[in-house]
Design a binder for this molecule. Structure first.
Ligand code: HEM
Length: 181
């Protein structure tokens, strides 16, 4: 599906600012997220399984399942399950605080900083994960994730990526070229 170079060698693009969400868009996100979050562990796990199956190089950061290939085996990993819940929890905090841009940026700055400094995760994986999140939500909740709703969610994912990559820039993340990886 991928080679590490597909994801490792690209530069981190970051627009000047994230496009803000309107009140109506915030309501759409909050309304649809409520239904997703009711099943947060199950949805989070299916997002991560698809992420690691389609982009196996993303497993390199996880000691417990970096060498696993079978989705059934990965599904039993407590580290995967825990990360699924942490991702869903962080998105939930963002969604619940969309009216409070400072809170949103501080939550995502912490996520970005930890992943840059502690986990040393290549930031492109955040973009890839956003795409997988959109795919899984659209497939699992077709009754809510209509084309219009998907557009609003894509905007939220852009906002998330913008804040996270902002934190990477802030801590002085240096992009490795693909030939150096
Ligand atoms: C929306 C995206 C994401 C969110 C909200 C998120 C959130 C979190 C949180 C809250 C933690 C625990 C606190 C910490 O140690 O920082 C964590 C840990 C971690 N994250 Fe993420 N994460 C995201 C994406 C990613 C991606 C794309 C990767 C790598 C491909 C990744 C790799 C890790 C690793 C390796 C840990 C430590 C796991 C452990 O110690 O068991 N995360 N994440």
């Amino acid at each position: 599906m991928e080679s590490p170079r597909d994801v490792g060698g690209e530069s981190m693009e970051r627009p000047e600012r994230a496009e803000p969400l309107s009140d109506a868009e915030r309501e759409i996100i909050q309304g649809t997220w409520g239904r997703v979050y009711e099943n947060c562990e199950e949805v989070g796990v299916s997002i991560l399984i698809r992420f690691f199956v389609n982009f196996p190089s993303a497993k390199q950061y996880f000691s417990q399942f970096r060498d696993m290939d079978e989705p059934e085996e990965m599904e039993r990993s407590t580290q995967l399950r825990q990360h699924a819940c942490r991702i869903m929890g962080a998105i939930n905090t963002v969604v619940e605080n969309l009216h409070d841009p400072e809170k949103v940026s501080s939550v995502l700055a912490l996520v970005g900083k930890a992943h840059a400094v502690k986990h040393k995760v290549e930031p492109m994986y955040f973009k890839i994960l956003s795409g997988v999140i959109m795919e899984v939500l659209s497939e699992d909740f077709p009754e809510f994730f209509t084309a219009d709703v998907q557009m609003v969610w894509t905007k939220l994912m852009g906002l998330l990526y913008w804040h996270v990559t902002g934190a990477y820039t802030e801590v002085g993340w240096v992009q490795l070229s693909s030939s150096a990886v």
